[in-house]
Design a protein around this ligand. Structure first.
Ligand SMILES: Cc1cc2nc3c(=O)[nH]c(=O)nc-3n(C[C@H](O)[C@H](O)[C@H](O)COP(=O)(O)O)c2cc1C
Length: 307
């Protein structure tokens, strides 16, 4: 029996729904020692900004129960170097790429997207809206429906590929932010970015991250991610969602698809099992085969909420 795992992300066609989460897989080159990149639907690259950034000073990461905290500060080589080196390398390998863009103003996002126009192998843009907006007192774009709509509309006008907005779970009404993004032209949504957390060393009395707070990821946040995907899918069922947050196994990926995700991204799991994404991609096919599922359309959003 043939299993068709291909999915459509706002017009971009992927051979299977497993992608990498931004910031957790570089741009694929280093990870290609451990993973057959062709086994994945696409590589979602580390967020890039108009200019190179060194990121923040260490410590930038801390292990927590079933997860990790990080505060990297968007270290990246800048959009042009990314296009010339990382994207070009992925294109040479024939691996589809989704570029993640960030910035501190609407103009920063537009500048990145314009610099990426026409790049070979680029199938979509993911807007990392968890960046501090210096035009709005440093609040993340994703905290405000208005700011989300503003930056999404500008990005949509500038882009020649589908635009996905990556949202934060740290809001009171995620559906309102998702609706603002879609209303402004987003072709899809990526849910979720990390949730803000903090850890303190009881021996030194020091915060474990140099910034004090940071983003919590890994299995600890999976129920939050599943809830977010489910809520947004229920409200905006026609919009493709890349679901992520704590996915480490095939069962986790299925759970996210049952909540309504079209594709799934693997993040923190790469740090302790570099082959996790490939294993999950291959395991999904086996899961479907053993259950007689011929297409993921049959199970997407099919969670039974009663009984
Ligand atoms: C070390 C680290 C760096 C990250 N960097 C980025 C980034 O540059 N851009 C972004 O949109 N998300 C970034 N994320 C968030 C992940 O892409 C993902 O949304 C989040 O970690 C939840 O998925 P996970 O639990 O599978 O890791 C980063 C996460 C980690 C752990």
């Amino acid at each position: 029996m043939g299993v068709d795992l291909s999915v459509s992300l706002g017009g971009a066609r992927l051979a299977n729904p497993v992608v990498t989460a931004s910031g957790c897989f570089g741009s694929g080159k280093e990870m290609s020692r451990f993973v057959d990149l062709h086994s994945l639907g696409a590589i979602v690259c580390k967020t890039v900004t108009p200019e190179p950034r060194l990121g923040i000073s260490p410590p930038r990461g801390a292990e927590t129960a079933s997860g990790m905290l990080n505060a990297i500060g968007l270290q990246n080589p800048g959009v042009q170097a990314f296009r010339d080196n990382d994207l070009a390398w992925l294109a040479e390998q024939g691996v589809p790429a989704i570029a993640s863009v960030g910035g501190h103003s609407v103009a920063d996002y537009v500048q990145c997207i314009e610099a990426l126009r026409g790049a070979p192998g680029l199938i979509a843009i993911e807007m990392n809206l968890s960046c501090p907006n210096l035009e709005d007192r440093g609040f993340m774009f994703a905290l405000s429906a208005e700011r989300t709509a503003e930056v999404t509309a500008a990005a949509r006008a500038a882009s020649d590929v589908p635009v996905f907005c990556k949202l934060s779970p740290d809001v009171t009404d995620l559906v309102a932010i998702a609706e603002a993004a879609v209303g402004a032209g987003a072709d899809g949504l990526s849910l979720i970015n990390t949730t803000l957390g903090m850890a303190i060393d009881p021996r030194t009395f020091r915060a474990k991250l140099s910034t004090g707070t940071g983003g919590l990821s890994g299995p600890a946040i999976k129920p939050i991610a599943v809830r977010c995907v489910w809520q947004v899918h229920r409200a905006l069922g026609h919009i493709p969602i890349i679901g992520m947050g704590g996915i480490a196994t095939v069962d986790d990926a299925i759970e996210m698809i049952l909540a309504g995700a079209t594709a799934v991204a693997i993040g923190t799991a790469n740090f302790y099992e570099p082959a996790a994404s490939e294993q999950i991609a291959r395991g999904l096919a086996d899961f479907c085969e053993s259950r007689g599922i011929t297409s993921l359309d049959e199970i997407r959003g099919q969670v039974k909420e009663e009984g």
